[in-house]
Write a protein that binds this ligand. Structure first.
Ligand SMILES: Nc1ncnc2c1ncn2[C@@H]1O[C@H](COP(=O)(O)OP(=O)(O)O)[C@@H](O)[C@H]1O
Ligand SMILES: [Mg+2]
Length: 194
């Protein structure tokens, strides 16, 4: 089995056409809390991998404790592609709009968590996702993506963010969410003064 990644939370292996995401025991956490966190995050990610109406890896199996087996997506992270094809961000915007319209907050919108596969943008890593109808949660989801664009795709930031917004406006709630985003951003700037 090839190790695809080992983040702070989980180790990700490839086994043929499957990917296994296993959440690791964290010794610095209280064992009861640690088990509960792994279980709740695993269940939430598995649930959203079935529910989300955007392209994502199919859920194959889960032990509902710490492991998820999902479809392997043959593709390239947008992190490597966006600088030379900013219009991919428009597709990202459409997908995020569709998630938000379903009251799903991704929680970790970075271009490492998006793969281009057969010409389509596929969203992965629902490990920090949750369901919410709140404008605030949707605005923060976008704010985090915007920050990721600024730091990882600085040279194309303006164009890429514009393309993202073009896609995101597919959501009937887009105007309200973007208004909330400007409030979130003002708050951030004020905080920075202190
Ligand atoms: N279903 C998948 N198909 C192909 N690659 C995947 C898949 N899931 C994860 N990966 C690869 O493994 C990396 C880490 O997985 P991810 O779910 O993002 O976990 P982490 O919480 O460590 O960020 C991803 O950035 C991606 O490159
Ligand atoms: Mg990730």
């Amino acid at each position: 089995m090839d190790v695809l990644g080992s983040g702070a939370e989980a180790t990700i292996f490839r086994d043929g056409e499957s990917v296994i995401k296993r959440r690791l025991v964290k010794r610095y956490r209280h064992p009861v809390l640690d088990e509960e966190l792994r279980r709740s995050r695993t269940r939430r990610e598995a649930k959203l991998l079935q529910k989300a109406r955007v392209p994502h890896p199919a859920l194959i199996a889960t032990d509902r404790e710490s492991s998820i087996t999902m479809e392997f997506i043959e593709g390239t992270p947008l992190k490597q592609l966006l600088d030379s094809d900013v219009n991919l961000a428009q597709r990202v915007g459409q997908h995020v709009a569709a998630l938000h319209d379903q009251a799903i907050i991704h929680g970790d919108l970075t271009t490492s968590n998006m793969l281009l596969s057969k010409g389509e943008v596929v969203l992965i890593d629902f490990g920090l996702s949750f369901t919410s109808h709140d404008l605030e949660h949707k605005a923060v989801d976008i704010h985090l993506f915007k920050q990721a664009l600024e730091s990882k795709h600085h040279a194309v930031f303006d164009e890429a963010y514009k393309a993202f917004l073009k896609g995101y406006r597919a959501s009937p709630e887009a105007t309200k969410v973007l208004k909330r985003l400007s409030i979130v951003e003002k708050r951030g700037r004020n905080k920075a003064k202190y």
